[in-house]
Design a protein around this ligand. Sequence first.
Ligand SMILES: NC(=O)c1ccc[n+]([C@@H]2O[C@H](COP(=O)([O-])OP(=O)(O)OC[C@H]3O[C@@H](n4cnc5c(N)ncnc54)[C@H](O)[C@@H]3O)[C@@H](O)[C@H]2O)c1
Length: 299
Amino acid sequence: MKALVTGGGGFIGSNLALTLEREGYEVLVLDDFSNGDKENLLDFNGEIIPESINLVDLSRFQDVDVLFHCAAITDTTLVDKKLMMQVNVDGSKRLLEFAHANRKKFIYSSSAAVYGDATAPTREDMAGKPKNIYGVSKWEADRMAMKYMKDMHIIGLRYFNVFGPRESHKGKMASMIWQLRLQMLAGKRPRIFKYGEQKRDQVYVKDVVRANILGVQAKKSAIVNVGSGRAITFNRIVEVLNKVLGTSLEPDYFDNPYEDAYQNYTQADLTLAKEILGYSPEWSFEDAVRDYMKEEGVI
Ligand SMILES: NC(=O)c1ccc[n+]([C@@H]2O[C@H](COP(=O)([O-])OP(=O)(O)OC[C@H]3O[C@@H](n4cnc5c(N)ncnc54)[C@H](O)[C@@H]3O)[C@@H](O)[C@H]2O)c1
C-alpha cells in the first residue's frame, strides 16, 4: 500500500509517516515546512517533497492508494483569514478533488475547534459554531468533505487536544503537557489558570495515529471524533507530570485573560468513532505522559 502524508514534517504527520513506514506502507511526505521540522523525520526513509499542497503537481501521486491529509495552518491565533482559507480550505479542496477523480482513499485531520462552545461530551452532530478563523476553516473543510462522501472513501478525524513526541517545533501552539513540562524541568512552578479545575480531552498522538490507520479500513465514510473520551483537569496534568518527572512543584495559579471566550470543559463522545473505525483509546493519560517523556529522553 502506498500512502501520501501531507504535513508529514509536522507533529501528527511525522508520527503517522513513521508508524506507517514501520507497518510496511510505502510512504511519501509532502510538507512545505512552513511550520514542520525536518528533525521530526530523521528516522524516515521515504521521499520528502518540500512543496505546498496548493501548488504541487498532483499527477506525481497517481500511484498512491491513500492520502492522509494532515497539512494545515495550525496557529489557532492567526487572524489572516485569507491565508488560513487558502491553505486549510482551498488546499484541502485541491487534494480532495484529486482523490475523488482518481479513486483514492482520503483520511484527513479535522478539529474539535468546529464545536466552539458546544456542550461536552460532544457528539459529531453538534458542530458548526467555531469561535475562531482556524475553526471556521476546519468546518468549511468538513462541509466540503460531506459533499463527496456518497461516492468516495473519506474519513474526517476531529482531534481534541493532542500531545506527544515531535511537537516542540509548535512552540506556543504545542500542548499544555509540553509547556508545563518545560517549566517544571527548569525548576519553575507550573503556571495554570485559576484554579486548575478546567477540563480538557487530552489524547495521545499514538492513539491519533492509530485512528488514522483504522480509517483505511473504515466500514463507511464519516467524520468522527478522536479523543481520549476523558476530561483531564489542569491540576491533574500537573499531578501526573510531578509523578512522572519526580518533582513536587505546586501550581502557580493566575487569572485567565480569556475567561469569557474560554472552553472550560471539552470531552469527545467516541460512540461514532467506535462504530465506524473500531477506535477506542489505548493509552491512559498517565501511561501516555510517561511514554512521551521516555521517548524524548527526559526520564
Ligand atoms: N495538535 C492538535 O492538538 C490538533 C488538534 C486538532 C486538529 N489538529 C489538526 O491536525 C493536523 C496536524 O496538526 P499538527 O498538530 O501536527 O500541526 P503542525 O503544524 O505540526 O503540522 C502541520 C504541518 O503542515 C505543514 N503545512 C502547512 N501549510 C502547508 C502547505 N501549504 N503545504 C504543505 N504543508 C503545509 C506545516 O509545515 C506542518 O508541518 C492539522 O490539520 C491540524 O489542524 C491538530
